[in-house]
Design a binder for this molecule. Sequence first.
Ligand code: ADP
Length: 559
Amino acid sequence: LEQWLARLHPADREPVQLALEQAWAGRELSVSLRLPGTDAPRWLHWAGQLQGRQLRGFILDVSALKAQELQTSAARARLENLIASSPAVIYVQRCSDGALHSEFFSASLQPMLGWAADSEQARQPGLAVHPDDHALWLQRTSDLLREGQARCRVRLRDSRGGYHWILDEARLLRDDLGQPLEVVGLWLDVSEATEAAERVRQSEERYRVLVEDSPAMICRYRPDLILMFGNRPLADYLQCTPEQLVGMDLGQWLSPAQRAAFVERLRQLTPEQPLSSSEICLQLPGREHAWWIWADRGLFDEHGQLLEIQAVGRDNTEVRRSQQQLLQGAKMATLGELATGLLHEINQPLNVIRMATVNTIKRVENGLAETDYLLEKLRRIEAQTDRVARLVDHMRVFGRRSAVEREWFPAWAAVTAAVALLDEGLRGKGVSVQVSVPDEQPQVLGHQDQLEQVLINLLVNARDALLGLGRRDAAISLHQSLEPGSVVLWVQDNGGGIDPQLHERIFEPFFTTKPAGVGTGLGLSVSHGIVSAMGGSLQVSNQGDGACFCMRLPCHSIS
Ligand code: ADP
């Protein structure tokens, strides 16, 4: 026995000895053992039974069988390992009578759903399906049985009551007769991906609702102004549907000048400075003009190329209208003031005309009317009629509403026109007007009649101050100076100046020191507004023994 044991693989000696001892005690002998060989050991199976005082049995060489078994179990271990370590749950369901019964779940069932493999849920997963997904689950079973495979995404309740989004992928295996045998499938927990997708969908939905319900006009368009999207308020303004907006040219409602300015503004957008806003004027179908406050944000690609623009707009037409009305009101007030001076202006030529007519009639009656004399009188009458006509013309122009869009004009032209309107009247009241005509007359952007109104207000205020003082050398001087990028107009008087404490307040609306019924207190505030709208500034200071108003305007070119 000792020799026999010594030939065995060392690891098998003890088990064999134990098995032998138990066999002597009456147990059946059945033990596998190895005989070390040159390369692989030989596997033997030793079986036997105690009979009387003899142990009888046989030894079988099972090397081939054992090698196969080892291979199979290694493969099986590998597979089991794979199944157990897979993040997916692998399962098998048995089919019987058209129903499916769980038979196997891989180990990841516990970490995924907290279910034990023999739990109630594992036996009948349908019970753990979210009520909203029941229909999907039933559909899966019927698809499986009919089509042989199914794929669905349902929510399963875990052991703590929380739901997981599970992607179920299953196949049906049939027996030789084509009868359904079992279902092999896998579950993948896709909660994170599903919830992330759902969050994105919800946030997209929120933004969509925000954009749709916003009273503001919201759109996306390409750098060539072709609309890619527009919400309902924008469509309503443009009298079409949001679907029709796509592909429309946003520039079609802009004048060529507005369009050029718009495109230029977009050209200045950069990835660092992607925002820009301005007030744009549009010619809309069925409407006179619309003013929109328009804010753009450029979207760029990685090379800094402008891809598209997102814009939000607000209708500012009503505000514009009331501003224009206020301006018009102030203009009419100025006009009213001018009317008194105008009476004098018109009266004078009328007097001249009357005198000339009376004298001519006398001469004709006395038979003394020579042709030269008559011609001279008629020319005088013509000249005076012209003068009146010019004045009336100008008043008419001044009373008109300003053009909608701003234009370039020489700033000095407004000075000339305002002075022409008031010069005579001022001289009549003993106020001399000194004008230094500049050589260069740069252009500014705005409305000439509005700038004229500013100058008229300044001249009328200077006149009032001077008349209050009653000095003999009362004078107003106007001149222009140039600064880089700006033209500056100066209106200076010697009417005593303005209390420095009031320098801020005089620009407030309705601030006046004039008696009730005389001053409106609007002149300077409206003037300030007009100059600001032109991108300029209006300031006051005391110079010498009077007030000096200085108007700085950005200019375009020297004409
Ligand atoms: P109004 O002329 O109707 O009073 P304005 O806004 O034009 O309204 O002027 C506001 C006030 O500013 C005037 O009431 C006056 O006190 C003061 N003011 C304006 N210009 C002058 C000036 N050149 N000299 C003195 N005071 C002036």
